[in-house]
Design a protein around this ligand. Structure first.
Ligand code: UD1
Length: 385
């Protein structure tokens, strides 16, 4: 036997090394995006998937509930970062995550979305020579005043695999000089989660608990700094909601940032006067999905909710000047109307009068995005090894 043949025989005996992928979650909108990816990875013995939770969101209601509802495994690593200024939060994640990467040496770090944990873990990975995959790449609001926009642009610049939810993102990335071979249009993992849990969500008793009837209430979410961090802006939005709640109950699961601001601005007493504005703590995934699916209209400044309402066919009014998710407007039920209370009122009544925007489901939002992502990463295994 030649020495070459000996080498081959001993290699064959060794079990093939799995592809080690560290999947990152940090904040609420990350959980429903990672869940279907982890599910899919677990089906493949060639992948060793770990889940790292940075702890950017840490409350029972902003984090733990989602692990239960989505069937996410207990994180392999919890960094316990918590809240803080942007620099503090991003910096703390980087310090802690660098230690983990040095210990565990993953082949790929996979990040989702646009939160501070996304860019923080991405930077750590590439500086240690680890390949970076970004799910939900290429979305742009072209508003650099949004912290998320900075996170999006920078994460895409350093990523090796860019997975797109909609075709418009190609043009954004091309403009920023990203090589076409790194870009893969795979669809929307958030919609994978929605489709998987739609039936289970129907079992939720949230409508009964809140004494609501299907199709006879509006659903409100607000948390963007541009809407809630300035007293004047928040008051303007509340003015519109006060008008509207006279004609239809409005359910308002309040984000911790928004709750804090309402208190700080001394608006609690004012808000309490609106008897048909139903305040709740942040809700779990299944309860919220049921509320969205049965709402007459949704008023929001969230990114993900624009997409979910499009798939559910529920009219959505987005209280922002722009959206990074144009497919929800060109194809879906979303209307981006800015922050004028007059417009909020006008468009809401248009919906209540039965003239809400109709729409279809964007390309590849079919529940199979995670499958496509994992297939592509597995094809790359031979390149990495
Ligand atoms: C973050 C993301 C945003 C995402 C949003 C969804 C960034 C820059 N922003 O914004 O993209 O749409 O999450 O929720 O990453 N808090 C709690 N409990 C928690 C989490 C937060 O009380 O579990 C408090 C924090 O202490 C902080 C405030 O809420 O005062 C805001 O949290 P933060 O993580 O800074 O950003 P979000 O506004 O939630």
């Amino acid at each position: 036997m030649t020495s070459n043949e000996k080498q081959v025989t001993s290699n064959q005996k060794r079990a093939p090394m799995p592809l080690k992928i560290a999947n990152i979650v940090g904040a609420r909108p990350n959980f429903m995006k990672i869940a279907p990816i982890i599910d899919e990875m677990k089906k493949h013995a060639e992948i060793e998937a770990t889940l790292v939770h940075t702890g950017q969101h840490y409350d029972e209601k902003m984090s733990k509930l989602f692990f239960d509802d989505l069937g996410l495994p207990v994180p392999d690593v919890y960094l316990g970062i918590g809240s803080g200024g942007h620099g503090e939060q991003t910096g703390k994640v980087m310090i802690e995550f660098e230690r983990i990467v040095q210990q565990n040496k993953p082949d790929i770090v996979l990040v989702v979305g646009d939160v501070n944990s996304t860019i923080a873990c991405g930077l750590v990975a590439v500086k240690l020579g680890i390949k970076l995959a970004h799910v939900e790449a290429g979305l742009r609001s072209y508003d650099r005043g949004m912290p998320e926009e900075i996170n999006r642009v920078l994460t895409d610049q350093i990523s090796d695999y860019l997975f797109l939810t909609e075709r418009s993102a190609f043009i954004n990335l091309e403009r920023e000089g990203i090589a076409a071979e790194k870009i893969h249009f795979v669809g929307n993992v958030m919609i994978d989660s929605l489709m998987k849990h739609r039936e289970a969500a129907e079992q939720s008793m949230i409508l009964d608990d809140l004494k609501l009837e299907s199709g006879k209430y509006g659903l409100i979410t607000l948390h963007r700094p541009s809407n809630v961090d300035l007293k004047e802006n928040l008051e303007r939005i509340f003015y519109a909601l006060f008008q509207l709640q006279r004609d239809i109950p409005l359910v308002f699961p309040v984000h911790p940032r928004t709750r804090k601001q309402i208190k700080q601005f001394g608006l609690e007493a004012l808000v309490a006067q609106a008897s048909n504005l139903i305040w709740t703590d942040p809700l779990g995934y299944l309860d919220f999905l049921k509320l969205m699916a049965h709402a007459r209209l949704v008023i929001t400044d969230s990114g993900g909710i624009q997409e979910e309402t499009t798939v559910l066919g529920v009219p959505c009014i987005t209280v922002r000047e722009n959206t990074e998710r144009p497919a929800t407007v060109t194809e879906g039920t979303n209307l981006v109307i800015g922050m004028s209370p007059q417009r909020i009122i006008e468009e809401s009544y248009r919906i209540l009068d039965g003239n809400g925007k109709k729409g279809g489901v964007p390309e590849l939002w079919d529940g199979k995005a995670a499958e496509r992502i994992v297939k592509i990463l597995l094809e790359e295994k031979s390149i990495l090894r």
